[in-house]
Design a protein around this ligand. Structure first.
Ligand SMILES: [Zn+2]
Ligand SMILES: [Zn+2]
Length: 345
């Protein structure tokens, strides 16, 4: 059974995928280098890449695998997930209320973030982060041009407790045939505030957190802060300072600045929390539902603690450290990382 189901009452969705071999527990790290499907030399273990960034002199060139010709020497490599949660060939399956369901049709991409197996997101350099972000932009733009795609979600599962099944640093891009409930709810809030008050509530949050006790770090174009209500201890969000609806709108200068901010904050996070698993999600506006726009942003959830009955059953989140104290620690560590980066470049 492969289908998308909607809750009896709320907008909550589930994707029923059946057996997926990729969900097997990750193998011990030592076994990886030879067998890792994302490592250079093992490209045959994955579907062919339709976007491989290759360095030629000072320039980066977009290439793709073709029959019997696998692109080598890539710095970033994107291909369809072998074990997708949505697929262009998902069986047609519709259900009516109260057992509402629809086909899980879509695309599920893997973007391998680096050829180096033992690299990690907190250590990847700014140039490579810029390459990763440019690849994501490229793939997201292409996916929005495909039929049946309403939303494109980009996220990272990294390390223990994150749901990652392959250690090699990678991102995932999943398309959904409707707006995900979390983004829908953000869009409704933004739309109501724009209609009633003429202001974007997310711009107001950025203004109120700037320079305050929850700010972690700020660059030319972006601010990182610990949110007033955090669903995980040490959670932080990254927002463009100026109202911007989509990651597809970022200029090269903004991409490089975002790379700097991501490298500094994730580097800072790993200094504070050690080798801790985390999830990172990009919330960007749908390019299809133009009336449901948000102020795009990134949310990072460190997975130091497990959710309990209170979180799961009541939607009340226990923070073992206050967002203010988390921001102070993350801020000090991230500023140090930033100073080193700027010193190097
Ligand atoms: Zn690998
Ligand atoms: Zn805004």
């Amino acid at each position: 059974m492969v289908e998308i189901r909607k809750d009896y009452f709320s907008d909550k969705l589930s994707v029923v995928t059946g057996e997926r071999s990729s969900r097997n527990p990750p193998r011990p790290r030592a076994e990886h280098s030879a067998k890792c499907p994302f490592c250079p030399g093992n490209e045959e273990m994955t579907p062919p890449s339709d976007l491989a960034l290759v360095k030629m002199g000072d320039a980066l060139v977009k290439q793709s695998d073709s029959e019997g010709d696998i692109i080598k020497g890539w710095v970033v490599r994107a291909f369809l997930n072998k074990n997708p949660i949505v697929s262009p060939s998902a069986p047609a399956s519709y259900g009516e209320y109260p057992h509402y369901s629809e086909p899980a049709i879509g695309y599920h991409y893997i973007v391998v973030a680096t050829p180096k197996h033992d690299d990690s997101f907190p250590k990847i350099d700014i140039e490579q982060w810029t390459n990763i972000l440019a690849t994501v932009q490229d793939k997201v733009r292409w996916l929005y041009a495909q039929r049946g795609v309403s939303y494109v979600l980009t996220f990272i599962n990294s390390g223990k407790g994150s749901g990652a099944t392959v250690d090699h640093p990678h991102l995932q891009i999943v398309t959904i045939p409707r707006l995900p409930p979390v983004v829908e709810s953000e869009a409704v809030t933004v739309q109501n505030s724009l209609n009633e008050l003429g202001v974007c509530p997310m711009c107001q949050v950025v203004a109120s957190e700037s320079g305050g006790p929850r700010q972690i770090i700020s660059t030319d174009f972006y601010i990182a802060f610990a949110p007033w209500v955090s669903s995980h201890s040490y959670e932080f969000w990254i927002y463009p300072k100026k109202h911007q609806t989509s990651i597809l709108k970022l200029s090269q200068k903004e991409l490089m600045d975002l790379a700097l901010l991501l490298r500094s904050t994730l580097g800072g996070m790993s200094k504070v929390l050690g080798d801790q698993g985390f999830n990172l999600v990009i919330h960007s506006s749908s390019e299809k539902k133009t009336t449901k726009q948000i102020h795009w942003h990134i949310e990072v959830y460190p997975r130091a603690s497990q959710w309990s009955g209170l979180e799961l059953g009541a939607g009340i989140f226990v923070n073992e450290i206050s967002p203010e104290a988390a921001a102070e620690q993350l801020g000090a560590a991230s500023r140090k990382e930033l100073a080193q980066m700027v010193g190097i470049t």
